[in-house]
Design a protein around this ligand. Structure first.
Ligand code: 8GT
Length: 132
C-alpha cells in the first residue's frame, strides 16, 4: 500500500495551490496537490511538511496541517491511499523548486482541470467541507 500525503494550501482569498507534474515524470501534465509518499516509518504530517519544503520551499508547522479527507485508488496495480490535509498557515512564498508549474484555483474550477483519477473524489469532498 502506497501512502501519499497531500496539502490544500488555502490562501486568505480562498484559492488553493495546485502544481502541474513536469514532463518526463509519471502522470506529466496533470495538476495535483503538493505532497508525496511517506518514507518508511515517517509520521504523516512530518512527511507532508518535508515534501512542502522540498517542492515549494515553504515551512509548515505540522500542527497547522488539518486532516480533511482521503481517497483510495489503484495506480498501475498499486493500491494508493491519498490523505489530504488543509493548511492555511505557512511561512514563505511557494516556489516551483522541482520545475513544476504552480497556480491558485477555486475548488469549483478544479473539476475542469486534468488531475490524477484519485483526486477527483477529493475535489468533491473538499468543496463540501469548505462550504460548510
Ligand atoms: N503529491 C500528490 N501525489 C498524487 C496526487 N494524486 C495522485 O494520484 N498522486 C500520486 O501519488 C504519488 C506521489 O508520489 P511522489 O510525488 O512522492 O512521487 P513521484 O511519483 O512524483 O516521484 P518519485 O517516485 O520519483 O518520488 C504519485 O504516484 C502521484 O501520481 C496528488 O494530488 N498529489
Amino acid at each position: 500500500m502506497l501512502i501519499v500525503t497531500a496539502a490544500a494550501l488555502i490562501r486568505a482569498d480562498g484559492l488553493i495551490l495546485l502544481q502541474k507534474r513536469p514532463e518526463g515524470r509519471d502522470m506529466a501534465g496533470l495538476w495535483e496537490f503538493p505532497g508525496g509518499k511517506l518514507e518508511p516509518s515517517e509520521q504523516a504530517e512530518a512527511a507532508l511538511a518535508r515534501e512542502l519544503d522540498e517542492e515549494l520551499g515553504v515551512s509548515v508547522d505540522p500542527q497547522n496541517l488539518a486532516p480533511t479527507c482521503f481517497a483510495s485508488a489503484k495506480i498501475r496495480d498499486k493500491d494508493l491511499l491519498l490523505l489530504l490535509y488543509c493548511c492555511r498557515e505557512w511561512q514563505g512564498t511557494p516556489q516551483p523548486l522541482e520545475g513544476q508549474e504552480l497556480d491558485w484555483f477555486a475548488v469549483k474550477d478544479m473539476y475542469r482541470l486534468p488531475m490524477p483519477p484519485a483526486d477527483l473524489p477529493l475535489i468533491d469532498l473538499l468543496e463540501r467541507i469548505l462550504r460548510d
